[in-house]
Write a protein that binds this ligand. Sequence first.
Ligand code: GRF
Length: 203
Amino acid sequence: ARLVVLVSGSGTNLQALLDACADPAFGATVVAVGADRTDIEGLRRAEKVGIPTFVCRVGDHATRSDWDAALTAAVAAHEPDLVVSAGFMKILGATFLDRFAGRCVNTHPALLPAFPGAHGVRDALAYGVRVTGCTVHLVDAGVDTGPIVAQAAVDVLDDDDEDSLHERIKTVERGLLVEIVGRMAREGFVLDGRRVRFGTAAS
Ligand code: GRF
């Protein structure tokens, strides 16, 4: 399966996917990496292994919908089977979803529906939860509201701050993302209401 991965930062989830794709048995290859900003480690990780990259900055477009259309075209140019939003910090709009909804997953560092949005780790810590975690879900028009594919729990430690907790979540998150993307690539999946079931309906 052809993957396009969208990043906005350090790209450790991307790196886990790149490492997994090195094994042909994984069943997927990263064909391009896109970002909403330049000069981030996530892009450098792709460049280092010769994977094409593109940047679509909101500020370069007259309107948000123009940006959404440009991002959609940039992703579509690589003919992905699956788009993976891995730390991509923009809400994907209507044009993108018309084209890729149903085959775009996002990873979020909290146990959705709890703590959606850009500060899920900070919000969970502030709330005082004893267990948080990460979620891989299909992207829909909402903010982290799409059908949940998989989740993993991570304990909150008494001396955690946002960074220590997020780092611990990320060690679990990258493994979950690799597992789920690999299964989607090898087994296919169908959406049954809000449940994602692996294997193709035909089989
Ligand atoms: C991940 O925890 C992702 O869920 C969140 O930000 C982090 C991105 O990390 N949105 P990286 O860029 O993959 O290292």
